[in-house]
Design a protein around this ligand. Sequence first.
Ligand code: HEC
Length: 370
Amino acid sequence: MRQTASRFGRSFVTCGSAWFAFAALGGPVSAQEVGAAAGIYQKACAACHGIDGRGAALDQVGFDVPLPDFADCSFASREPAADWYAIAHEGGPVRAFDRRMPSFSGVLSVSDLELAVAHTKAFCADRAWPQGELNLPRALVTEKAYPEDEAVLSTTMASGTFVNEFLYERRIGARSQVEVNVPVGAQDAGSGWHRGLGDVKVALKHVLSHSADTGHILSVAGEVRLPTGKENEGLGKGVTIFEPFVAYGQLLTADSFLHVQAGAEFPTNGDRASNELFWRTAFGRSFVEGEFGRTWSPIIELLGARELGEHESMLWDVVPQMQVTLSRRQHVMVNAGVRLPINDREWRGTEVLTYLLWDWFDGGFFDGWR
Ligand code: HEC
């Protein structure tokens, strides 16, 4: 998705050749344009979606496929306008929805269809909800600012270690999110492998500021790492650690994006682990196959961490990676990359990192593939 100045002097997002009202809900929109958008929606969409966007009665439309509620911000705000444009242009099947959602290509002009989509996006008028455009592709290490409803299975492989992490994230209202991370690891102890639970982490995140017009989102978060893993088997740190951080996301031109995360780790017992500061950035760009197909996002992360102590130095890593959407709905994706230490390589090895991500709000894991 690309942000660019529009013909109407406000932010638009482009995806391929199409232009969208980015913030249909804000910015200096002319009354004429708003009126035109409502008119097109009423003619082309309201018979099924209802004048109020909540969906016409099923006995009235003559089919039994439930209609979405465009006025429900919890659902509507998270959908990027480009995705809704793709569905309205190509019809439901382009994102594995029902074919009773018809294709409007050849029926409405590009600009009329954009206005109809802008009108559907405007049914949710509560600006507390961050727009889906700000939900940037997830990097392997750097945390996102956007609050999510998703489940992620990630793996870290290095010589002598193998860790699976099960991460569950759930939104609370417009701006908050809770997450639980359960790692299960295996550590080569020389005499054999130790397997077991690692340190469970629980975190809360809250969005402080976001704007579809400027393309930014800023959150604060607090994480607690509990000493549930056996320290003597290399599966945990043996101490409770508090980790406050800020996360920032920025949409850039040419379908590119930036994540920045900065924070600190404070162990409750300073004898067993040291305080640490960390700084992570991820820069990436999305490429869409064809006009509405699979999305590939190459990303590169630069990670810095430093223990607070007299003789400690900054440790730097770089993580090239590729994220790709797997399902037609684009709610299941994978990412794979390698974490390469830049300095202190005598004692720090390369790690292979992957995740499988399921955006469960958008449908069951096995729904939305065809
Ligand atoms: C003939 C009835 C009909 C018309 C006319 C219609 N739709 Fe739909 N639309 C549907 C149905 C049915 C679904 C739900 C499909 C599903 O859930 O599988 C749907 C779903 C959608 C979705 C997907 C929402 C989501 O779940 O992410 C969007 C966006 C959408 N319609 C936009 C439009 C727009 C814009 C127009 C007018 C230009 C329009 N529709 C006209 C029947 C219609």
